[in-house]
Every structure is written in structure tokens, then in C-alpha cells.
Write a new protein. Structure first.
Length: 239
């Protein structure tokens, strides 16, 4: 996969993209990055990329010319998708992460200041929002989305089954996890996990996932693929 990022702050990316699963994915040749500085396409010696808004008002607006020219230079593949991190966008979730992980070439455009010039949106294929809050710019949001995508690439995680049972992959929150020591500060690992009975462990994990989802994200249950046994367990746990 090829991923390009168009940004005013390219220094924000190399350290994060070189670490953990993303860094390993690069070493394996699963993904490569191109970080493009919008200021390299500015038309004046001071590399100014923003201006006051027409009609007045607070804040500054990113100019269209540098963005258009930056995108046109790197988006040479007609199948590449330009993704804008924007409050107008579809709220990002695991389903969208899976869809984007199937793309061959993605270009992320990071806005900054008050907004981008509206004409830039004629270039955009997909708007994505992380939620109903405002960040200082699109850069932190782009890093979140990239991380979620790259970890889904085949071979990025050494144990693919681990990714397949993460929260949201099954439509539920994940079940609780424990490791050694068996007891810590009076808190013990549940006995069923130490029993060696895989059928009971599987059932316990499913029920715990249902309980956690019911408690913390009941909205997910409306879309989850629940068996009759799951529904009966949830009804009983409500009593």
C-alpha cells in the first residue's frame, strides 16, 4: 500500500510512523509513506499558505493553490483516493478502516487553521471525522486513521487472529484479558481461564464481551450478530 500525507507540518509524522506495527509494516514492505509539505508549493518567498477569509470573520483559511498543486503532483494514480480529515466527514469506525485497508493508494489531506478553501473539496474522494470535537489540525487525526488501517494489512500483525477478535471486529467490545501473575494485590485471574477447558473459556469470553458491550456500548448490540443463546444471556443479565 502507498500512503501519502499532505500537510503543513511534516515533522509530526516520521517518529510515529517509524514505531510499533506501522514501523514493522514498513520494514516488511507492506506500506510506504510519502510526506508532502504544502509549503513547498507556496507561491511566495515566505511560503505563506493561508489568508484571511472572504466576507470577514475570525481565523485564517488555507489557500487553494498550494493544496491543488501538491495533490496534483503526488496523486498521479487515477485510482488513488484523497481523504480529507474534516468535521463534515463520516465518523471513522472499524468498518471504514477495513474498507480503506483494501485500497492500494491513499492520500490524506490535513487541514489546519479555521478551514481549507472550499474549492479544495472538489479534489476530495472521502471525508472522515474522528468525532464531534475539534483538533488543532488534521495531522493527529490522520495518524489515528493510518494506524487503524496499517494494522489490518495482511502480515502487519504477526498473529492475525489477534486483530480478528479485537473490539468492534465481532460487533462487540472485546472480553477482559489477563496474564501472569495469577494473583496481584489480592486480585485473581478468573478460575475458568486457568481451567484448561477451552469450551468453557470460549463461552466465558463471549459472555464477558456481551456484558461489557451491554454496560458500556449498548448501541452496538442493535447491529451485532447475536445468537439465541446470546440474547437469552443478555436478557438474564438485565434482571
Amino acid at each position: 500500500m502507498k500512503i501519502a500525507v499532505v500537510t503543513l507540518f511534516p515533522e509530526m509524522f516520521p517518529t510515529v510512523l517509524g514505531q510499533s506495527i506501522i514501523g514493522q509494516a514498513q520494514k516488511k514492505g507492506l506500506v510506504n509513506f510519502d510526506i508532502v509539505n504544502i509549503r513547498d508549493f507556496a507561491h511566495d518567498k515566505h511560503r505563506v499558505c493561508d489568508d484571511v477569509p472572504y466576507g470577514g470573520g475570525p481565523g485564517m483559511v488555507m489557500k487553494p493553490e498550494p493544496i491543488f498543486e501538491a495533490v496534483e503532483k503526488i496523486k498521479t494514480d487515477p485510482d488513488a483516493k484523497l481523504v480529507l480529515l474534516s468535521p463534515r466527514g463520516k465518523v471513522f469506525n472499524q468498518e471504514t478502516a477495513r474498507q480503506l485497508a483494501g485500497e492500494k493508494h491513499l492520500v490524506f489531506l490535513c487541514g489546519h487553521y479555521k478551514d481549507i478553501d472550499e474549492r479544495v473539496r472538489s479534489l476530495v474522494d472521502l471525508d472522515i471525522s474522528l468525532g464531534d470535537y475539534i483538533l488543532s489540525g488534521g495531522e493527529p487525526a490522520a495518524l489515528v486513521v493510518i494506524d487503524a488501517i496499517v494494522r489490518l494489512l495482511p502480515g502487519a500483525i504477526s498473529d492475525p487472529e489477534s486483530a480478528n477478535c479485537d473490539s468492534f471486529e465481532t460487533g462487540l467490545l472485546d472480553h477482559p484479558h489477563y496474564t501472569r501473575p495469577e494473583e496481584y494485590r489480592g486480585m485473581k485471574v478468573p478460575e475458568v481461564l486457568r481451567s484448561g477447558n477451552h469450551a468453557q473459556i470460549k463461552q466465558w469470553r463471549r459472555q464477558q464481551a456481551l456484558k461489557l458491550t451491554q454496560r458500556h456500548r449498548p448501541d452496538l448490540l442493535d447491529k451485532a450478530d447475536l445468537s439465541d443463546q446470546d440474547a437469552a444471556f443478555l436478557k438474564e443479565s438485565e434482571q
